[in-house]
Design a protein around this ligand. Structure first.
Ligand code: XMP
Length: 427
């Protein structure tokens, strides 16, 4: 990428919003920690630098030599600054924020606007061909947006040498495993489904800690791949649909929020020679646009709401058991069915099985069963979100159906927490 604007992160939730805003103005933006050594910054040779922080950038942590690099700066109190640190051009509430950013990029930094997703896709295809040569690639296909777009890029780059393995870990939603099999086994790639539910459940027996769950699932995932790969002969390349927020949020630098399983869960002794991650510099909206506009994937696949790699295992509180998964699957299916009758859709919506029991009445019998929580959020970037205002009738219908159709559920509650301080998933 020739033209880069560097976003130096001094904490706070705004870095991704700023980066997406810069990219939407056709300028590539990269996020690095605030204490990145000067030599590294100079190697990248950015056309401009944006300092982002929480409420206030801690000037004491800022290397003063940064300001001697002659690069234009945004959002810092310094003589070189073009804005005060209370200004948030990335916020939709800031009047003319987009225009302000464009002026900074094009007038102050002299950007030429080379960053286009079509070019990015073409360059990734070229890069994959060069890297892979005449060898073969194994792709972890989950059926989600990221791995599906990744599959489509790889299929375009090396159609005859791509094998997609779908590990059904048993934590998929209702009917999902079969649907994924149907979509991908009819495409021009080698599709293998591995039913591994038993071994995943066994590994998670007694495990309640969220991070441990994620790590175990991530590791087991890779083990299954290794085994399948062995059956297929030597496949040196493993592909993954890792996207930029996975990396930024996984604490590869900065503060770890939670380890997204396709990054933090990777064991060190990975039995593949190389890892291919063509989407690793992209935000979700960019992945969707590439899928829809440049790879012509079906809209329902590309618009699919995100689903975490560890699946329902991070939506079951406490130990994951077959029975709890079954309860959650049914409750989640009902909630999604009810939400899908409403015209305005949340960005992500699902059920969570809590480990709380409550008293209820079914018929004339007193029950003491589980509490199901419903979550629906509105977000553009999944970095921040607000609770979606689901019509009350929809919530009531979902609650009534869940408590009557799903055994062992006595109560349904609705989660109204925004992110921050909550995260979208409960674990
Ligand atoms: P959080 O819970 O961190 O989630 O607010 C942000 C978005 O990421 C999804 N998510 C994951 N995606 N692997 C993934 O590929 C994971 O381990 C994972 N955990 C959370 C989550 O569903 C939301 O859309």
């Amino acid at each position: 990428m020739n033209e880069v604007v560097l976003i130096l992160d001094f904490g706070g939730p705004y870095k991704e919003l700023v980066a997406r805003m810069v990219r939407s103005a056709n300028v590539f933006a990269e996020i690095l920690p605030g204490d990145t050594p000067l030599e590294e910054i100079l190697k990248i040779d950015p056309i401009g630098i944006i300092l982002t922080g929480g409420k206030k950038i801690d000037a004491a942590k800022c290397n003063p030599d940064l300001f001697k690099t002659g690069r234009p700066f945004l959002i810092a109190s310094n003589e070189n600054c073009v804005a005060e640190n209370t200004f948030h051009p990335e916020s939709v509430q800031t009047k003319d924020g987009q225009l302000f950013m464009r002026n900074f990029l094009y007038d102050t930094c002299g950007a030429t606007g080379q960053y286009k997703l079509k070019n990015y896709t073409d360059s990734q295809i070229q890069k994959i061909r060069q890297t892979v040569g005449d060898q073969r690639v194994l792709l972890a296909l989950s059926g989600g947006v990221d791995s599906s777009v990744c599959a489509a890029i790889l299929a375009k780059a090396i159609p005859d040498r791509l094998t997609c393995i779908f590990v059904d870990h048993g934590f998929m939603r209702h009917n999902e495993g079969d649907e994924i099999e149907e979509i991908f086994s009819n495409r021009n790639l080698n599709f293998i489904r591995v039913n591994a539910a038993e071994r995943f459940l066994k590994k998670l027996k007694g495990v309640t800690d969220p991070e441990q769950k994620r790590k175990i699932i991530g590791e087991e995932f890779i083990r299954v791949f290794e085994e399948e790969a062995k059956k297929l002969g030597k496949i040196p390349f493993l592909a993954q649909g890792t996207i930029y927020p996975d990396i930024v949020e996984s604490g590869v630098y900065g503060t770890m929020v939670k380890s997204h399983h396709n990054v933090g869960g990777l064991p060190e002794n990975l039995d593949f020679d190389h890892l291919i991650e063509p989407l690793s510099m992209l935000f979700k909206n960019e992945v969707r646009e590439i899928g829809r506009r440049h790879l012509k994937l079906p809209a329902n696949l590309v618009q699919r709401q995100p689903f975490p790699g560890p699946g329902l295992a991070v939506r079951v509180m406490g130990e994951v058991t077959r029975e709890k998964l079954e309860i959650l699957r049914m409750a989640d299916f009902i909630f999604r069915e009810e939400i899908e009758k409403v015209t305005a859709r949340p960005s992500q919506y699902f059920a969570v099985l809590t480990d709380t029991f409550s008293v209820g009445i079914k018929g004339e019998t007193r029950t003491y069963d589980r509490v199901v929580a419903l979550r629906a959020v509105k977000t553009d970037d999944f970095m921040t979100c607000s609770a979606f205002r689901v019509p009350h009738q929809t919530l009531e219908r979902a609650a009534s159906r869940i408590t009557s159709e799903v055994p062992l559920v006595s109560r349904v509650v609705y989660d109204v927490t925004s992110k921050p301080p909550g995260t979208i998933e409960w674990l």
